[in-house]
Design a protein around this ligand. Structure first.
Ligand SMILES: [Zn+2]
Length: 607
């Protein structure tokens, strides 16, 4: 058992211990904090710390999501919930007719038409100031056919695509080639001055092919090697340094010719087939000449056992080097091998769409916004698949989240009184291609980010019944969690932290593009504590989904789905958005969050 998984077991025990408290009192630090501005008992405004954002003290502070006496459940937006209708959206969006909702396919046409019809039927306003329900997102599609091999001394080590490796080029030219490039193992490939960490040291990797481990350095506590050193890379949690996108960015900065990440299922969080599936089809990027010019020529992944074979052939031991890479004094190790790779690229410019609708707030704060996001796209259809239909239906990922977005919009639309702030419902494109729709929105926002108070993101709802809990991904980031914890308590539920922070889920969906640019953002996973089920039930269902269906054609609606839990979660998210749209205070990043400084700077410039 690796230290990482050992630690994981310790952590699971801690989570289980927290769960024991669930029936009586909130575990400290999980649901005990109040959002600033009121106490649940007294409903009196408290002295608040100064915080960024205008409108301080304007409007009465009310408990998040509380239904006032003047409103009935229906006029408060609480009467509109219906699991069957949610299921209807999911069935439609994940139907074979919608062909897996690939951007710039017939599946997109059907999806955006469906969303526009729903927006109109709900009486929502167009979210684009130009009067439409969409934002054009110009993308370039590229499909590479790579041919590659290693040369170890005089011996070629042939590679079969995509079984052994995947590789693509974002140079956006018809042909790319890397010839006879020296291989260097650079550990995790991380340069993090705040942790006094530099895997490259003084080694010049220009023109070379760098080989890296996935995740950030698993630094163990010097006095207890079974524990993570919490002062480095947030201990067990993954930082952005662990993401594959970072790996390619740093390789580009270092002037490398090519980069190959060694796939490893546990730290990556998904099996190699997931990489193989997503990287051997057409990929997309935002058209940005400057970004393209500075990119490394070839970006790829190597299957773990192929990497093993390569290192052995070079007289190296990969597992020993993996240990060495956890040390601050690690130095790059030249491998006695070279890399050849030729990629023929089929390029095309395509237009995709973010879909966006709005409810305008009532009164002087209507130029301030709460955004809900859910990506409408999935992996489309793979013509090469000969077994089955090759349609990646993406029922859970993310027809369910889009259905949830529509149902939350319905709840807002059914309210007799609009909240003071406006609410934007944004169904993004090309999330599966690297968060491209949300990245495009965040760099071309339809309403200013400095007047956007929060992003509430949905990516996969709970399909397996009611739960006691709701999991916040990357817990500890924003005060949105505290508001949501209050809402959970009012509803007899509780929040829990993500039990796998090492997998970096906070960096893996659309809210991250908002976070990166400073907007407080929150993202969820369904709970683990299913009512009337064994304690293992939730995690077993999720594990089975990840192994069998995640990013596979089999992500389809199942007969045994029960969306009552999803409805519970959506009601909480509705109340959270309503609270942010109504309460005087602005959500904030918590001190120490890597996104706090961007937000403070943005708001400082504005004031
Ligand atoms: Zn998704």
């Amino acid at each position: 058992m690796s230290p990482r998984s050992h630690h994981s077991a310790v952590w699971s025990a801690a989570i289980a211990a927290l769960a024991l408290f669930a029936g009586c009192e909130a575990p400290a630090g999980v649901v005990a904090r109040r959002s600033p501005g009121y106490t649940a008992q007294a409903k009196q405004p408290q002295a608040t710390e100064p915080r960024p954002g205008p409108a301080q003290g304007a409007g009465a502070a009310v408990p998040p999501g509380a239904v006032t006496q003047m409103e009935t459940a229906a006029s408060a937006g609480e009467g509109a919930w219906d699991a069957e209708r949610l299921m209807g959206h999911i069935r439609q969006l994940s139907s074979d007719e919608f062909e897996g909702r690939g951007p710039a396919t017939r599946g997109e046409e059907l999806t955006v038409a469906y969303l526009e019809r729903q927006f109109r039927e709900l009486g929502l306003e167009p979210g684009n100031p130009d009067g439409t329900y969409f934002q054009n997102v110009p993308l370039v599609g590229f499909l590479g056919s790579p041919q590659a091999q290693f040369q170890v001394g005089n011996l070629p080590l042939p590679l079969e695509f995509p079984r052994d490796y995947v590789a693509l080029s974002r140079k956006m030219v018809p042909e790319t080639q890397v010839l006879d490039s020296e291989l260097v193992f650079v550990g995790y490939g991380v340069v993090a001055p705040e942790y006094n960490w530099d895997d490259f040291k003084d080694v010049d990797v220009r023109g070379k092919t760098v080989v890296m481990l996935i995740n950030d350095p698993a630094v163990m506590d010097a006095s207890d090697p079974t524990r993570f050193d919490d002062s480095a890379f947030r201990g067990r949690a993954m930082t952005y340094y662990g993401r594959w996108t970072y790996k390619y960015e740093i390789a580009s900065q270092k002037g490398a010719k090519a980069v190959l990440i060694i796939h490893d299922e546990q730290p990556a969080g998904y099996p190699y087939e997931v990489v193989e599936g997503s990287w051997s089809r057409e990929n997309f990027d935002i058209v940005d000449a400057q970004a393209i010019a500075s990119r490394v020529e070839v970006e790829g992944w190597l299957r773990n056992d192929i990497a093993d074979k390569l290192f052995k052939a070079c007289g190296q031991d990969l597992s020993q080097l993996q240990q060495a890479a956890k040390q601050r004094d690690f130095r790059p190790v030249p491998l006695k091998a070279r890399f050849d790779c030729k990629i023929a690229n089929r390029l095309r410019q395509v237009q995709s769409k973010n879909m966006v609708a709005k409810i305008t707030g009532q009164g002087p704060r209507s130029d301030e916004f709460v955004v809900y996001t859910a990506h409408w796209d999935h992996l489309g259809r793979d013509e090469k698949v000969t077994q089955g239909d090759g349609i990646y239906n993406g029922a859970l990922d993310n027809a369910s989240g889009v259905g949830g977005l529509l149902e939350i919009a319905r709840a807002f639309a059914s309210k007799a009184h609009r909240p003071p702030r406006s609410v934007l419902f944004l169904a993004t494109t090309a999330e599966e291609k690297g968060l491209l729709g949300s990245k495009y929105y965040a760099t071309h926002p339809l309403v200013p980010l400095e007047r956007t108070l929060a992003d509430i993101n949905m990516d996969g709802l709970n399909a397996w019944g009611p739960t006691k809990d709701l999991i916040v991904i990357g817990m500890g980031q924003t005060t949105l969690e505290d508001s949501l914890a209050d809402i959970a308590r009012q509803m007899g539920r509780e929040l829990r932290p993500d039990s796998e922070p090492e997998k970096g889920f906070f960096y893996r969906s659309d809210h991250f593009e908002f976070a990166k640019r400073g907007v407080p953002a929150i993202h969820f996973d369904s709970g683990d504590d299913y009512l009337g089920q064994s304690p293992e039930y939730g995690r077993e269902r999720k594990q089975a989904y990840t192994t069998n269906d995640y990013h596979k054609p089999s992500d389809e609606v199942r007969d045994d789905w029960d969306l009552s839990g999803a409805i519970q979660d959506l009601r909480m998210l509705f109340r959270l958005g309503l609270h942010v749209a109504s309460d005087a205070g602005w959500p904030q990043w918590k001190p120490g969050s890597e996104f706090e400084s961007v937000r403070l700077q943005m708001l400082g410039e504005r004031n």
